[in-house]
Design a protein around this ligand. Sequence first.
Ligand code: SF4
Length: 278
Amino acid sequence: MDPFDKALHLTREAFLSIQEGLGKKPDASLQALEKLKSMTRRRISSLARQQQQLLSVSDQPPAPHLKLPDSPLEQWTMDSLRKAALVCVKCSHLAASRTQVVFGVGNPKAELMFVGEAPGADEDAQGEPFVGRAGQLLTRIIETMGFTRDSVYIGNVLKCRPDMPPGSSGNRKPRSEEMATCLPWLREQIRLIRPRVLVALGATAAEGLLGETRPMRELRGTWLEYEKTPTLVTYHPAYLLRNQSLQEKRKVWEDMLLVLEKLGRPISKKQRRYFLPT
Ligand code: SF4
């Protein structure tokens, strides 16, 4: 029995057992089940076609726009890198569960780049990193620093939303091996953008980007390096949504002041005093 017929059979068995429990017929027709089956078949065939296309092209060296970024000598443009990442199926479980790959957004020549851990449900739906509540807070931080969201670059270590168990909502942290698999995309993005400063948002992003496993209290506030680019680790904006004390906001703001100083940007007296007790 092929897997779809088996799934159909199991579903029918489940309905029959519900029927026994309730003493009446469940509300699902065989037609509905057949429709479900053909929809599932179409979805799987389309995914298989996508994967086949990628595999057949990746065997041919002259198609750099579809090769995975394993070589530092690869001549990527941001556009060709993006096109290749959008059809990436290196993590088959994430490729099957995602709505879309969330590549990154912003100025491809930005002097400042923010790196988060992974897309959540909002980002998966919209195809853009940091668009949920935490993202709106990040945008406010960026603007308070004197930048616009468009003038910096925002990306994640993992480009597909971590899958969730069926029926559960929310987001999960990416696993170390998932981030390691995806890191080459981010590495190439950083090489193309060549930001003067990187900011890793949260301990998971610090682990994915820098291999750091120290706790945040040891990581934040100190300059680290990613391939010679000065890198600062600070709290993820989602942390600030959960801990709204002035003290925690000030810690993140002090990190941003360090970033502004490193970039040689002017800092007003007012900016220096944000989130200090009055
Ligand atoms: S998470 Fe990254 S490596 Fe994995 S399938 Fe998505 S884009 Fe590819």
